[in-house]
Design a protein around this ligand. Structure first.
Ligand code: COA
Length: 650
C-alpha cells in the first residue's frame, strides 16, 4: 500500500544494480505450479504513460506548469532518453520474474529511514471484544493464537485457496512472507529475514507483557499443536512471571528512526560502543562478557518467532464515540512510553494486540506484504475464534514454563531507550486519528445505482477535500498488481479532470442535480477505467519509478521530466488512500504520506463503511476529525443526489 516511495527516494541513496532482495521462502509445490502460471508484469508503452501523466497533472497543477511539463515530456519522448530507458526496462522485464518487485521493496520500504511505527506500518482495528479482565484477555489471546496457527497449517500444507480479482487468479507469494519473518535495521538499508526455511521447523511465537518478552513454544513434544486450553495456561504463566512493571522497554528501540535504531541495534546485540561519551562506554570486560550473547539470542528469538502477541495494559477509558480512534492510535503506536509503546517489537512482521480492556487489533510491518493477505488472515482467525466459542476442555499435560527473554541493559542501551521513549512520545502527540463508522449506508447503495462502491467512496474523498481546501490535491489509491507474478501495488490517481468538474459542480449553486449526477457518473466511470488500467499493470507511477531507477543505475543524468515542479506536486500525495475490504467488521489504518496530508483507509461493508483517517497535529491545516466529518457529509450528499435524480434498482 504505502507509496513511501516519495519519502524514501527523496531521502535515500541509490539502489545497487542487480541487488537481490527476495529472501528465500519455502513455497510448496502446488503453489509453485500456480505461481509459475502467472503472467509477468508488463512494461506499459512509454507514450501511453506520458499521456496519462499529463492528464493526471491537469487538475493539480497550473496551466503554466502543465505547459512546461508538456514540453519536457515531448523532449523525453523524442530526444531518445525516454526510448533508451524504456528499452532498458523491457530488457530487465525479459530477464527477471518481475522488473519492479525488488526495486519497489527497496525504495518503498527498506531504504526508507523514517520510523516504521506510524510512518509505514499499517494497523488493523478490530471491533471491541467483550472481555474486561485478564482471564478474558488470556482466553481470547489463546484462541487467536490457535487460529493463526491453523492458518499457518494451510500455508504449510499448501491448502491455501487461491484468491481472485476480476476473475483472474492472484499471486499468493505474500502469504509465504508474513509468518516467521522480521525486519532487521541496517545502517543505510534494512533487510527482511524470513525463517520459514529453517530445519527443524520453527515452533515458537513471542508474547510480550509489561514490556517483557517470552518464547512460547506452540507445539507439544509429539509435534501436535497446543490446544486452546494449553495455550491459555501458558499465557497465564507468562502473565504471572511478568507482573513487575519497572522493566526497561527494550522493544521501544524498534520505533526509532531507522538509522538511529540501526546504531542502537548494534549496541544492543554486539555490546558496541554506540556514540556516547567515553565515560559511558562499556568496558572491555562488559564488551566481551556474555551480555551481548544474551541480547543477541533474545533478539534472534523474537525475529525467528512465527508472530508476536502483545498483551497490552488497559488504556484510559474514552467515550464510545472515541473508542475506535483510541484503538487505532494504540495499534499504530501503543499510546506512548508510559502505556504500551514498549510492549511491541515494531520490526516484527505480524503483531497481534490484545488489551486487558477488550482492545483488539493488529500491527504489521509493511515490507513483506500488502493489507489484503493480512485481512484475509484476520477473517480466517475471527471465524476460527467464533467456532471455538464452546470448545470442550482437553486434558492438561504439564508443560514447561515459557522462557523469558533476558536483556542486559548497559548504560548506553538505557540511554538509547530513553531517547526512543522521548521520540515515541513526540510521535504519539503528533498523530491525529479519527475512525468513523459511517452507518447510513454501505456499498449496496452505489451498487443499486450501478456504480462502483470504491469509485463512490473515492469521489466522496475528493468532494470532502475540495470543500475543506477549495482545491484538489494529488491522490494515491493503492491498486493491487497481484494478477502478476510477485506483484505488489500501483497507484490509482483518483483526482481527475472529471472529479474536479464534479466537486466544482456540487459547490456551484447554479448547477442542477441532473447535471451534477451526470458529472458524478462520469467521475466514477473514469475511476473505474483507471482502476482497470492500474490492476492490469498500465498505470503511471511504477512505470516512472522503473525509468527513474534505470537512469540512476545507468549513472546518466536524471531526465528533467522527473525533476520539475509538476513531478514534485504529483508525488506529494495529500490524500493517501486505500480500500482494504474484509468480511470482518474491521478497518485498516495508516499514517499520512506527507506532513500536510491525510492517510485514509476504508472498508466498505454491505450496510456501512468503516473509515480511518490520520493526519499530523504538527500541521495546522489538517484535522482528522474534520476531514472524517467532511467525508460523512459528502457521502450523504452524494446519496441524496442519487435519490433525488434516479430510482435505485432493487
Ligand atoms: N454496478 C454494480 N456493481 C458494481 C459496479 C457497478 N457499476 N461496479 C462495481 N460493482 C461491484 C463489483 O462487482 C464488486 O462486487 P462484489 O462485492 O460482489 O465482488 C463490488 O461492487 C466492489 O467493486 P468496486 O467497489 O468497484 O471495487 P473493487 O472491489 O474492485 O476494488 C480496488 C477496487 C482498487 C480496491 C481493488 O481492485 C484493489 O486493487 N484492491 C487491493 C488494494 C490494496 O492492495 N491495498 C493495499 C493496502 S496495504
Amino acid at each position: 500500500m504505502l507509496g513511501v516511495f516519495v519519502r524514501s527516494t527523496l531521502r535515500s541513496g541509490l539502489v545497487k544494480p542487480g541487488l537481490r532482495v527476495r529472501p528465500v521462502t519455502r513455497i510448496p509445490q502446488r503453489s509453485l505450479v500456480h505461481q509459475e502460471g502467472l503472467p509477468q508484469l508488463p512494461v506499459p508503452p512509454l507514450k501511453q504513460t506520458c499521456e496519462r501523466y499529463l492528464a493526471a497533472l491537469e487538475p493539480i497543477v497550473s496551466k503554466e506548469e502543465l505547459e512546461h511539463t508538456r514540453e519536457l515530456v515531448e523532449d523525453f519522448l523524442k530526444g531518445g532518453v525516454g526510448e533508451r530507458l524504456q528499452s532498458g526496462l523491457e530488457r530487465r522485464a525479459r530477464k527477471t520474474d518481475n522488473w519492479l518487485s525488488e526495486w519497489w521493496m527497496q525504495t518503498a520500504y527498506l531504504d526508507c529511514r523514517m520510523p516504521v511505527a506510524v510512518y509505514t506500518s499499517p494497523g488493523v482495528v478490530l471491533p471491541r471484544m467483550h472481555f474486561q479482565d485478564r482471564q478474558g484477555q488470556m482466553r481470547f489471546a489463546a484462541k487467536l493464537i490457535a487460529g493463526v496457527l491453523d492458518f499457518k497449517r494451510m500455508i504449510d500444507t499448501d491448502s491455501l485457496p487461491v484468491e481472485y480479482l476480476s476473475g483472474k487468479p492472484l499471486c499468493m507469494d505474500q502469504y509465504y512472507r508474513i509468518l516467521s519473518s522480521c525486519r532487521v535495521p541496517g545502517p543505510k538499508r534494512d533487510t527482511v529475514v524470513n525463517h520459514t526455511v529453517g530445519k527443524p521447523p520453527l515452533t515458537h511465537i513471542t508474547v510480550v507483557h509489561n514490556f517483557q518478552f517470552f518464547v512460547l513454544d506452540v507445539s507439544n513434544s509429539d509435534g501436535t499443536l497446543l490446544t486452546v486450553d494449553q495455550l491459555y495456561m501458558q499465557l497465564e504463566k507468562i502473565w504471572n512471571s511478568s507482573l513487575q512493571t519497572n522493566k526497561e522497554p527494550v522493544g521501544i528501540l524498534t520505533s526509532q528512526h531507522r538509522n538511529t535504531w540501526g546504531k542502537a541495534y548494534n549496541t544492543l546485540i554486539k555490546g558496541g560502543r554506540g556514540c556516547g561519551p567515553p565515560s559511558h562506554r562499556p568496558s572491555l570486560t562488559q564488551l566481551y562478557s556474555s551480555s551481548d550473547k544474551t541480547n543477541k539470542e533474545s533478539v534472534r528469538s523474537i525475529q525467528k518467532s512465527i508472530f508476536t502477541v502483545c498483551l497490552d495494559a488497559p488504556m484510559p477509558r474514552v467515550s464510545n464515540e472515541l473508542y475506535l480512534s483510541r484503538v487505532a492510535a494504540q495499534v499504530l503506536h501503543g499510546g506512548g512510553a508510559r502505556w504500551n509503546s514498549g510492549n511491541r517489537w515494531f520490526d516484527k512482521t505480524l503483531q497481534f494486540i490484545v488489551g486487558e480492556d477488550g482492545t483488539c487489533g493488529l500491527l504489521y510491518e509493511h515490507a513483506p506484504a500488502e493489507g489484503p493477505p493480512i485481512v484475509f488472515l484476520i477473517d480466517y482467525v475471527v471465524k476460527f475464534i467464533r467456532q471455538r466459542a464452546e470448545e470442550v476442555r482437553s486434558p492438561m499435560v504439564p508443560l514447561a514454563a515459557p522462557q523469558k527473554l533476558r536483556f542486559n541493559v548497559t548504560p548506553q542501551v538505557k540511554r538509547d531507550i530513553e531517547k526512543a521513549k522521548q521520540n515515541m512520545n513526540i510521535m504519539v502527540h503528533d498523530l491525529d486519528v479519527k475512525v468513523l463508522t459511517f452507518s447510513h449506508f454501505g456499498r449496496e447503495v452505489p451498487k443499486q445505482h450501478k456504480m462502483s462502491p470504491d469509485g463512490f467512496v473515492q469521489t466522496a474523498l475528493q468532494l470532502a477535500y475540495f470543500r475543506m481546501y477549495r482545491s484538489c490535491c494529488s491522490t494515491y489509491e493503492s491498486a493491487s498488481l497481484r494478477m502478476f507474478k510477485y506483484g505488489r501495488t500501483d497507484a490509482i490517481r483518483s483526482t481527475t479532470v472529471d472529479s474536479l468538474n464534479f466537486v466544482q459542480g456540487m459547490e456551484d449553486p447554479s448547477k442542477q442535480n441532473p447535471e451534477r449526477l451526470a458529472l458524478l457518473q462520469r467521475t466514477i466511470q473514469t475511476h473505474k477505467e483507471m482502476t482497470y488500467n492500474a490492476i492490469h499493470g498500465q498505470a503511471i507511477d511504477r512505470h516512472f519509478l522503473g525509468l527513474k531507477m534505470l537512469s540512476i543505475e545507468d549513472l546518466t543524468s536524471m531526465p528533467e521530466v522527473f525533476m520539475d515542479t509538476s513531478f514534485a506536486v504529483a508525488q506529494h500525495y495529500n490524500l493517501f488512500t486505500s480500500q482494504v475490504g474484509s468480511r470482518t467488521d474491521c478497518v485498516m489504518c495508516v499514517g499520512p504520506m506527507v506532513p500536510d496530508g491525510y492517510g485514509v483507509c476504508y472498508n466498505p461493508m454491505d450496510e456501512h463503511v468503516n473509515i480511518a483517517v490520520t493526519a499530523f497535529n504538527s500541521c495546522e491545516d489538517t484535522n482528522a476529525a474534520k476531514f472524517a466529518q467532511a467525508v460523512e457529509d459528502a457521502l450523504l450528499d452524494m446519496r441524496a443526489l442519487l435519490e433525488d435524480t434516479i430510482p435505485a434498482e432493487q
